[in-house]
Design a protein around this ligand. Structure first.
Ligand code: PGA
Length: 223
């Protein structure tokens, strides 16, 4: 049997100006090993996407670039929106339905529309789920279980509970890969990555420090 994929996804949220972003890539890029089942993704703010993508290409680093959201609309007269067709130039993946966006009013219907846009333009949607009841739109094959109480609080879920929720999600959506997110650090990463039903990690705070993020990537080599 093929070894399962391990996704290590950095969500910078609304942090890092351009020079900080490029400095992070220059530290992390050379230290990520090329491994067939390892997918390391960095998700900068929209304004940093183009330069981060360039830095990854120039350095020939095994890093994928992702957006933290995208528009539910196609290209056109939509002031301030970021259309999937335009983002595709720079990104392989988009985080959709993050709870910080849902708290700002984003609905399951909005998320489903965004998934459709992502799929239309060959961007992999990574849909965030608060629990096993959050609907997973059609055609989604990558999700992150992110309990709200664990996000940015320093209080992660237990690996066992996360594994149990991931198992339920997989029963409902056969073939889906499930990541865990919420207060992941280099200290607890291994315990999550070792769970049978988890396929990786979505990391906020600990992904801001390049050294800490590299440590988490290195943990993945050993599982
Ligand atoms: P955190 O954020 O690692 O800071 O808890 C995770 C996330 O929001 O994706």
């Amino acid at each position: 049997m093929d070894k399962k994929n391990i996704w290590i996804v950095a969500n910078w949220k609304s942090n890092k100006n351009l020079s900080e972003a490029l400095s992070w890539v220059s530290v992390v890029g050379p230290r990520v090993e090329k491994r067939p089942n390892l997918k390391v993704v960095v998700c900068p703010s929209f304004i940093d996407l183009e330069e981060v993508k360039k830095a990854v290409l120039v350095g020939n680093f095994p890093l994928l670039v992702g957006a933290q959201d995208l528009s539910e609309y196609d290209v056109g007269a939509h002031t301030g929106e970021e259309a999937a067709k335009l983002l595709k130039e720079f990104v392989d993946l988009a985080i959709l339905g993050h709870s910080e966006r849902r708290q700002g009013g984003e609905t399951d219907t909005d998320v489903a529309k965004k998934v459709l846009m992502a799929k239309t333009h060959q961007i992999e949607p990574l849909v965030c789920l608060q629990n096993e009841q959050t609907p997973v739109p059609d055609q989604v094959s990558l999700v992150a279980f992110e309990p709200i109480t664990a996000i940015g609080t320093g209080q992660p879920d237990t690996p066992d509970d996360a594994n149990g929720v991931a198992k339920k999600i997989k029963q409902q959506v056969p073939g889906v890969e499930v990541l865990y997110g919420g207060s992941v650090t280099s200290e607890n990463a291994k315990a999550f990555l070792q769970q049978d039903n988890l396929n990786g990690l979505l990391i906020g705070t600990a992904a801001l420090d390049p050294e800490e993020f590299v440590k988490i990537v290195e943990v993945s080599y050993g599982v």
